[in-house]
Design a protein around this ligand. Sequence first.
Ligand SMILES: [Zn+2]
Length: 171
Amino acid sequence: MQRIDLTGKRFGRLVAIKPADHSSSKGNLIWLCRCDCGNYIEVDGQRLRRGETRSCGCLRRDQSREVAQTNEQFQKNVGNSTHFFNEDGVPFASIRRSKRNKSGHVGVSYDKKTNRWVSRLMYDGHYVLLKTFETFDEAVEARENAEDRYLKNKPQSADTSASSPSSDSNH
Ligand SMILES: [Zn+2]
């Protein structure tokens, strides 16, 4: 079993202090960590290295609180509608605030890691569109096409299958 020394290393809000004197059920080293909020927790070293555990749990609490507050504020500004969520279940308020989303176009966002535009659309509980593009315009176009196809829910018989009868169109 590989034992990597994580002493003093930071993982999100956690700083590894020392190995605990026991291992996880999988045989991984457990690390005693101090969270920025002051809590101490023991975390599987592998989860730390993979970035799966980045706080004592306070990070998630903070984030959801922030979203709730923002959303409340947003609704106050905009009106009394309670469903300002896009199809991914993400509150519009948080999209508006996200610095990554320069586009302002719902369903299109910029992925810094790959330097590409991501276009996505969720329909019926799964992604019917999840693609990356080099340009913003392409991403928006893909998104709009997908919206047309999935969200407008109109019968498509006419325009897709060129329904003009061909047999009797001799001239
Ligand atoms: Zn914490």
